[in-house]
Design a protein around this ligand. Structure first.
Ligand SMILES: Cc1cc2nc3c(=O)[nH]c(=O)nc-3n(C[C@H](O)[C@H](O)[C@H](O)COP(=O)(O)OP(=O)(O)OC[C@H]3O[C@@H](n4cnc5c(N)ncnc54)[C@H](O)[C@@H]3O)c2cc1C
Length: 493
């Protein structure tokens, strides 16, 4: 068999099992688990390359399990919005879409293995968090054909970094040296051209009978699907629609209406100046490469504009407008710092993963009296004495998101009102990951553990409960931020 000529950078591709490509396989199987989109995806591009190279049709399975932690109407509906769209686009491009919604936990077990039996090669996404790495490892043990795992996560390939960076500054400095050589390697906007056409009866009938794919017509009504599933119905659907088309609209809206205001107004909840892209990035409906390419086009940017800055400087590196630089600081430095940690330190969300200085100071204050304590039920119900916190929590419960600045305050107050930092960590993780559309992400761990000192430094004066961990107060937030409309919208009625 000749060697595959691939435009997907080799640093982004690894074999999960060392098994061979089976030339007599009937199709190439792409197992879409994280980059849930049909555009700007290295994984799908690699699978399409294999399909063309081997002259085999491309089958794409996008599955939605019933039993993953925090499965709810909210998360399911968001994913289903994307599944409907992906399946339609795949079929239109000549691939075979296999959308599968698991009716009960465990029922989908065996499906991947059964589809892989007739595959020449399986390609899937490299995502360093949640249950996905374990799921891919298990498949790699069970499947006899080559499984390739492809990293479409960020602008920097996960394996381009040698280690987990402890601070944003050192990571930024590394990015400034390393990233320019990777920026030219972007995934194709449309990787699905010229696919070999599938013949009739491509998929084994026993597989289809045992694990029936969800019909396109049924996918069009996510509300009806989620109603019948054994998932958490208490966490309801929200107004934000999922899917690549909604993600694309959100990118356009951000560039058109918000980017120019981002640098000055992003911390003010009343101003709606941030992108709202995190749920789309989390579920892979949006690609960081697409966001970057559209931002660069909007800015008329080319790599000739890279600035000369001191190593690790926060502004001036890109040579873009102040708003674009500030946005890339979040989209690239902070988002990919979390990915870097997850990839190189195993997404360690334990209290013990905090830097030693943070643990020392929190432990030294573990016995401090906590004048105000709330249990998880009170917190979840937004039933504290603090109207700003309650409004932020209410936004999370009702809308599945929380304004970024208030998210930091939200976490800091949970630290202050919990019996111990460990309990605060558990409460933040539970509420964030269950209620937020963008939860269960490397950025979830970054944000939550940041509230306890990860990626931060010691701040004086030393205080009760916090020690030298950075402290935040609702009073100061109320003084500094434009919040009135936000409180009217989400506050007590
Ligand atoms: C306690 C706490 C919990 C958090 N939980 C999550 C979470 O579950 N999922 C999540 O994606 N982010 C989380 N964050 C980070 C941040 O709050 C969100 O990424 C951001 O608010 C998303 O809004 P946006 O898309 O409008 O951001 P924008 O300001 O428009 O930023 C663009 C993108 O950059 C990334 N980004 C922005 N801020 C951060 C940050 N501080 N750390 C890492 N990436 C960032 C996101 O992907 C975001 O979509 C958390 C922060 C804290 C303090």
């Amino acid at each position: 068999m000749s060697v595959l000529e691939s435009r997907v950078p080799s640093l982004r591709v690894r074999s999960a099992n060392g098994a061979p490509v089976v030339a007599r396989g009937r199709y190439v199987l792409y197992w879409m688990i994280a980059a849930r989109r049909t555009r700007h995806s290295f994984g799908l591009e690699r699978a399409a390359e294999w399909a063309r190279h081997l002259g085999r049709p491309l089958v794409v399975i996008e599955a939605l399990r019933a039993g993953y932690p925090h499965a709810s109407d909210r998360l399911h509906a968001f994913v289903l919005d994307g599944m409907a769209e992906n399946a339609a686009r795949l079929e239109a491009a000549g691939a075979v879409a296999y959308p599968y919604v698991e009716p009960d936990p465990g029922q989908g077990r065996g499906l991947l293995g059964a589809l892989a039996r007739d595959a020449a090669v399986v390609v899937t996404d490299d995502y360093p968090t949640f249950f996905l790495p374990r799921m891919v490892e298990a498949a790699a043990r069970a499947v006899a054909v080559r499984i390739e795992v492809v990293d479409s996560n960020g602008l920097l390939p996960l394996r381009a970094a040698p280690k987990a960076f402890p601070l944003a500054r050192s990571f930024r400095s590394f990015l400034q040296r390393e990233l320019p050589r990777h920026l030219g390697d972007a995934p194709l906007p449309d990787p699905l051209r010229d696919l070999p056409r599938p013949g009739a009866a491509l998929l084994a009938t026993d597989v289809i009978a045992r694990w029936p794919p969800t019909a396109l017509a049924a996918l069009a009504d996510p509300a009806a699907i989620v109603r019948g599933l054994p998932i958490d119905h208490a966490v309801g659907r929200v107004a934000t629609r999922g899917g690549p088309a909604a993600a694309s609209l959100a990118i356009g809206r951000f560039l058109r209406d918000r980017l120019a205001r981002y640098v000055d107004l992003r911390n003010h909840p009343d101003e709606t100046a941030t992108s709202g892209l995190s749920p789309y990035l989390h579920f892979g409906h949006a690609s960081a490469h697409e966001v970057f390419a559209r931002l660069a086009a909007h800015e008329g940017w080319s790599p000739l504009r890279f600035g000369r800055v001191a190593a690790g400087a926060r502004e001036g590196f890109w040579g873009m407008s102040a708003g674009a630089e500030a946005f890339l600081e979040q989209l690239v430095t902070w988002r990919e710092l979390g990915l870097n940690h997850a990839a190189h330190a195993g997404d360690d969300q334990r209290y013990e993963s905090l830097p030693p200085w943070a643990r020392r100071t929190l432990d030294a204050h573990a016995g401090d009296r906590r004048p105000i304590l709330y249990d998880r039920t009170q917190l979840e119900a937004a039933a504290t004495h603090d109207p700003v916190w309650n409004a932020a929590q209410t936004e999370l419960v009702r809308e599945g998101r929380m304004h970024n600045y208030l998210r930091m305050l939200w976490g800091k107050k949970i630290v202050e009102w919990s019996p111990s930092p460990r309990e605060a960590l558990a409460t933040m993780t539970e509420l964030n990951d269950r209620l937020a559309l963008d939860g269960r992400d490397p950025s979830s761990s970054s944000g939550i553990l940041w509230c306890l000192g990860r990626y931060d430094r010691a701040w004086g004066p030393e205080r009760p409960i916090f020690g030298t961990i950075r402290y935040m107060s609702s009073e100061s937030a109320t003084r500094k931020l434009r919040l009135r409309a936000y409180l009217a919208r989400h506050g007590a009625r």
